[in-house]
Write a protein that binds this ligand. Structure first.
Ligand code: ACM
Length: 482
C-alpha cells in the first residue's frame, strides 16, 4: 500500500464509525500511513481497508474478529464493535511491523480468526498514594486498549487522598484530596467533567472503568473531611504515611450509610459500566470493638464478631449498589463473614481465596500478589525503590488464572484477572510506566490467548518488536534484562 489508502465502512453504526476514526488517527500517528474514509463510489483505488459487521457464527463471541489480508486489500470483520476494535489493534500491530520502508507497506496475505479467552482483562491504578494527571489516565487507558484489555479499575480513594469530586460533599476534595508531604501541599482530584470525558475516551476504546470507593477501611482522607462518620469523631488528617490505619467508617452510626449511599449515587451516575468496587480490604476492627454504638448494633442485629459487622456493612452497601442497577465488587476479605451473593470477588491474597469465592458461587477476578502486583520488584539489582516482593516478567508470564485441578464445571466463575498498581513508591507517571511495561504485555497475552499457545521463548521473541511499538508510544518501559 502506498500514498493515501481508502477506508470503507460497511456499517452505519456510530460506534463503528468512531472505531474507523480511531484507526485513521492511530495509523497516521504510529504507522505513518494515511487512511481516508471514503465510500465505494468515491474511489476505485485498491487496495483498501474495509470494516464490516458479520453474522458469521465464529464471530458471534464478544470480542471475536476476523482479519484478512488479500490481493485487493484488508478486511476486518466482527460480530460486535468490540471485535472490530480488536481487529484494528491487530492491524496496527501488523502495520507497525511492516512499515519499515518509508513509502510502501507490504503485508503477506493472511487470515486471522481470533477471540479473547477471558471477559475481564483488567489493569488497576492507585491514584490516591500518588496523583496522576488526566493526560496520563488517558494514555494508560489507551495502552490498555492497545493490549486488548477491557477493564480499568480506578482506585480513587484511600487514606492518602480522595480523588473524585462529589458534589454533595465538597470537603472530600477541598480537604481530602490534599496532604502535607514534607511540609508541601500535595494532591489533586478529578472533577466530574474530567471524569465524564475520561469515561467517553475509555468507551471509544472498549474499556469499561470500574471505579473503587474504599470502605470500611482505608478511609482516612474521607474521615479527615467528614470526621462525624468515624467512631471517635476525630479530628483526623489525610495520611502521609503508607500502611493500614485504625480509624475507619463507623457502622454504628446510621448516618454513615446515608453518606456512603449518597456518594455511590453520584459515582453510579458518572460511570456507565456495570461494576462499582467497594474495597473491603485491610479493615482493622479495633475502633468497632471499643465503640458503644457499634457494639449495640452487633447485639441488636445478632452479629457475633466484628467480621460479621464488616459483612453487614458490605452487604448493606452492596444492596444499595444493586438498587442502582450496578454490580458490587470487593477484595477477597469481603468473604470473611459472608459476602453478598451477587458480589464479584477480587482474589489478591492468594489463588486459594479465589477458589473459595468460586466455590461459594461468586464470579472471581484473580489478582494474586505473587503474579499480578506490578508494584513489586522486577529485577534483583539496580531497581528503583519498590514496596517489596519480586515479580519479574517471567513470573507474570507463568501466571495461570484457572487454578490447577480446578473443577471444569466451575471455571466459568473465573471471569478473568487483573494487574494491580499500588503507587506508594511511584511518584510520577514515568515510574508507573516503568513498573507496568512490559509486565502488562505478558498479562495481556495470558488473558487473551488460548493457554495451549503459551511459550516463554516465543513471547520473548515477539516482545522485541513490540517494545519498539511501546517506544513509538513514548512508554518508559523497562528494558529486557533477563
Ligand atoms: C490490597 O492489596 N490491599 C488489595
Amino acid at each position: 500500500m502506498t500514498g493515501t489508502v481508502p477506508l470503507y465502512l460497511e456499517s452505519t453504526d456510530t460506534k463503528i464509525s468512531n472505531i474507523a476514526d480511531y484507526l485513521v488517527t492511530e495509523c497516521h500517528r504510529y504507522c505513518q500511513i494515511n487512511l481516508k474514509r471514503m465510500t465505494m463510489a468515491e474511489s476505485r483505488v485498491i487496495p483498501a481497508i474495509t470494516l464490516s459487521v458479520s453474522q458469521e457464527r465464529q464471530l458471534a463471541y464478544e470480542g471475536a474478529y476476523k482479519l484478512t489480508v488479500h490481493d485487493s486489500g484488508i478486511s476486518l470483520q466482527a460480530g460486535t464493535p468490540a471485535g472490530l476494535f480488536y481487529a484494528v489493534q491487530t492491524l496496527l500491530q501488523l502495520l507497525s511491523m511492516a512499515s519499515n520502508s518509508i513509502d510502501m507497506v507490504v503485508l503477506p496475505n493472511l487470515e486471522i480468526v481470533d477471540r479473547p479467552r477471558f471477559s475481564w482483562r483488567g489493569m488497576h491504578l492507585d491514584v490516591s498514594r500518588h496523583f496522576f494527571p488526566v493526560e496520563f489516565i488517558r494514555k494508560y487507558i489507551n495502552m490498555l486498549a492497545f493490549h486488548k484489555m477491557n477493564m480499568f479499575h480506578w482506585h480513587l480513594t484511600d487514606d492518602q487522598g480522595w480523588r473524585i469530586e462529589i458534589k454533595r460533599y465538597p470537603r472530600l476534595t477541598e480537604i481530602g484530596a490534599w496532604r502535607k508531604d514534607d511540609g508541601n501541599r500535595y494532591g489533586g482530584f478529578y472533577s466530574q467533567d474530567e471524569i465524564r470525558a475520561i469515561v467517553t475516551y475509555a468507551e471509544e476504546r472498549c474499556v469499561t472503568i470500574v471505579p473503587e470507593i474504599e470502605m470500611p477501611g482505608h478511609a482516612s482522607a474521607a474521615l479527615a473531611s467528614y470526621p462525624e462518620y468515624s467512631c471517635t469523631g476525630g479530628p483526623f488528617a489525610v495520611e502521609t504515611r503508607w500502611g493500614v490505619f485504625d480509624d475507619v467508617y463507623c457502622p454504628g452510626n446510621k448516618a454513615t450509610f446515608t453518606f456512603l449511599e449518597n456518594i455511590l449515587d453520584e459515582v453510579a451516575g458518572l460511570f456507565p459500566g456495570r461494576y462499582i468496587h467497594i474495597g473491603g480490604d485491610e479493615c482493622p476492627k479495633v475502633r468497632w470493638q471499643n465503640h458503644d454504638l457499634c457494639q449495640r448494633l452487633m447485639k441488636d442485629s445478632g452479629l457475633k464478631t466484628e467480621n460479621d459487622l464488616q459483612a453487614y456493612f458490605i452487604s448493606r452497601l452492596a444492596g444499595h449498589i444493586e438498587t442502582l442497577k450496578k454490580s458490587p465488587v470487593g477484595w477477597d476479605e469481603i468473604l470473611d463473614g459472608g459476602a453478598p451473593a451477587t458480589a464479584t470477588i477480587m482474589a489478591w491474597r492468594s489463588m486459594q481465596k479465589g477458589v473459595e469465592a468460586a466455590e461459594a458461587g461468586h464470579d472471581v477476578v484473580m489478582t494474586p500478589m505473587t503474579y499480578c502486583y506490578f508494584d513489586h520488584y522486577q529485577g534483583v539489582a539496580d531497581e528503583p525503590k519498590a514496596i517489596g516482593g519480586f515479580t519479574p516478567l517471567q513470573t507474570v508470564y507463568s501466571f495461570e488464572p484457572i487454578p490447577a485441578e480446578f473443577p471444569s464445571a466451575m471455571t466459568s466463575h473465573i471471569i478473568g484477572a487483573q494487574g494491580n498498581v499500588w503507587t506508594e513508591y511511584m511518584a510520577d507517571s514515568k515510574h508507573v510506566e516503568y513498573m507496568v511495561f512490559p509486565r502488562l504485555c505478558a498479562l495481556s497475552e495470558i488473558l487473551w490467548s488460548p493457554r495451549e499457545t503459551r511459550s516463554w521463548a516465543d513471547f520473548l521473541e515477539r516482545l522485541k518488536p513490540h517494545l519498539l511499538r511501546l517506544k513509538a508510544r513514548h512508554i518508559n518501559y523497562r528494558q529486557l534484562r533477563i
